[in-house]
Write a protein of this length. Structure first.
Length: 303
């Protein structure tokens, strides 16, 4: 490799290293501003970039800065290990839940119905359901899912819940005092005699100050509802527009007493930009109470 090409490669890798570490440092201050919070979501991407740039710099002769990059990259990688830490086998009755943001403009309703049939969940939670989606899902699921509550909207914030099991109560609620974004809050009587409290929700995406603040208010409202009703046998499911590394996501877990079902199940991207060959983001979640164990968790096909 010529000196000029080598120097250019070193400069590029140093820039990548500095940018990636700067992004992670910015994310640590995500409590303060939505742009800083957005930076926190890039933990996986930054980890890969720091490790690759550190290794590249070390191989190109920049040993000191390369070692710094490798050490920082390994530290970031260690922060991801809880997603792979083995969990104890699950005992007792098992139920299945599916959650999906169907994307309002997506025409592939048949693919969604086919995947529901193959996965055969007990509960189905869908976001971004407009009138067209609601009609198709009610028709396609009516035989196997006799209990349903749907709130169609044309603005990407419709929501729907389908169940094989009867509910004791099922209400449409909003968790932010500033907006009228619907969530579904239901209690189900299970065949084993237990009651499950299931919340389906889809807060606003934090792409500007106002929507970021509203998403965070929604998180606070969810935590309040969970604590008022008891957090032992509760599930919160949906597109939360937030990754596990956000300050606000961690606050939601702390204040509600819920835990992230992806722990011990691996990193599972649920959204990715099609035009960019980079790992996606974990923004769709299932949060569970203390008396609920996670037997398995996986991301289905691209529907």
């Amino acid at each position: 490799m010529g000196n000029k090409l080598k120097q250019a490669a070193q400069s590029l890798l140093i820039a990548v290293l500095i940018f990636s570490l700067g992004t992670m440092l910015a994310g640590l201050m995500g409590k303060c501003h939505y742009l800083l919070d957005l930076a926190s979501h890039m933990r996986v991407q930054a980890t890969i970039a720091v490790l690759v740039s550190g290794l590249g710099l070390w191989l190109l002769g920049r040993k000191h800065i390369g070692v710094i990059g490798l050490v920082c990259g390994l530290a970031l990688a260690l922060s991801l290990t809880p997603f792979y830490w083995p969990t104890a086998p699950v005992l007792g009755n098992t139920y299945r839940l599916m959650t999906a943001n169907v994307l309002t403009r997506n025409p592939e309703k048949r693919a969604v119905l086919q995947w529901i049939a193959e996965a055969d969940p007990d509960f189905v939670v869908l976001q971004e359901t407009d009138e067209s989606w609601t009609s198709a899902m009610k028709l396609g699921l009516r035989d196997r899912y006799p209990y349903h509550r749907v709130v169609p909207r044309e603005d990407n914030f419709g929501i729907a819940m389908f169940s094989k099991h009867p509910w004791l109560s099922c209400d449409v609620v909003t968790f932010s005092s500033e907006t009228n974004i619907p969530s579904i809050d239901a209690d189900f009587e299970l065949p084993d005699g237990n009651v499950l409290h299931l919340i389906a929700t889809h807060p606003l995406p934090p792409m500007r100050v106002s929507t970021w603040a509203d998403r965070n208010r929604s998180f606070a409202g969810i935590a309040k509802e969970v604590n008022q009703r008891g957090n032992r046998r509760v599930i919160v499911a949906g597109d939360l527009n937030c990754t596990p590394w956000s300050y606000w996501f961690r606050l939601l877990l702390d204040e509600s007493g819920l835990r992230d079902s992806s722990l011990g199940q691996g990193l599972q991207s649920t959204w990715s930009p099609r035009a960019m060959p980079v790992p996606g983001l974990m923004i769709d979640h299932v949060l569970v109470g203390s008396e609920i164990e996670v037997a398995d968790r996986f991301v289905g096909p691209a529907i």
